[in-house]
Design a protein around this ligand. Structure first.
Ligand code: ADP
Length: 211
């Protein structure tokens, strides 16, 4: 099925600005929201865009039919990073607050460590004063961190996760700071990302079969 010019325009807007609401898109192309309803519905059925209540429309990178492969940057999540001086206690609180299983540690913007739930549990059962222990004392540190680059393929990254039996990897971009090369953390790639991608693929296959 060919997209109309208007549908192509909507896809471009979502690709650039997503997540974006239907009202915002309508304003950008000077058409009423209700007149766009059919276009949104077609684009959703074709799995080109996705919609989420209270968030808006996003571009469905995983299914774009092109020669491009799905890359880590297409499905990675937002990282949570802290400075090396954080105490173990504050890190535990942050883990609960953000509801995630691994936290990345940086020093002057450079990735220096990673801590997981188990690392924190291990130190907490030692009956030591975790408010006084800095996180860099217990973190897994460079050069032992397994990381990924934004443009790595999903296959490459999943292999690392399986091989090293870990739940997540930081996604980094090599940048320059004060004349020094640093590993800047730009994302977080987890087993949950992989599960979600798999679900999308399976649901799409079912749709193709008309189930
Ligand atoms: P958990 O054991 O808490 O379920 P993981 O399996 O991810 O979480 O972590 C196991 C161990 O591996 C921990 O000691 C953690 O610090 C370390 N670890 C986690 N992710 C990485 C990574 N990307 N690179 C290196 N070590 C990691």
């Amino acid at each position: 099925m060919q997209l109309t010019e208007r549908q192509k325009e909507i896809v471009e807007i979502i690709k650039k600005n997503g997540p974006i609401t239907g009202d915002e898109i309508a304003k950008m192309i000077y058409i009423t929201r209700s007149a766009l309803r059919t276009d949104f519905s077609i684009l959703k059925k074709m799995s080109i865009i996705k919609s989420k209540q209270k968030v808006g429309y996003t571009y469905n990178e995983a299914f774009v039919k092109s020669n491009n492969k799905t890359l880590v940057k297409h499905i990675m999540g937002t990282p949570v990073t802290i400075d090396e001086s954080y105490s173990v206690y504050k890190t535990v609180l942050l883990m609960f607050e953000k509801d995630i299983g691994t936290i990345f540690i940086t020093k002057d913007g450079n990735l220096s460590g990673i801590v997981s739930r188990k690392d924190l549990l291990r130190i907490a059962i030692g009956k030591r004063d975790i408010e006084q222990i800095p996180i860099n004392l217990i973190m897994t540190r460079m050069p032992n961190i397994i990381f990924s680059m934004e443009n790595e393929t999903i296959e490459e990254c999943v292999k690392k996760i399986i091989e090293h039996q870990i739940d997540s990897v930081p996604v980094i971009r090599i940048a320059e700071k004060n004349g020094k090369e640093i590993y800047k953390v730009v994302g977080r790639f987890t087993k949950t990302n992989v599960s979600r991608l798999l679900l999308d693929i399976l649901e799409n296959k079912n749709k193709e079969r008309g189930e």
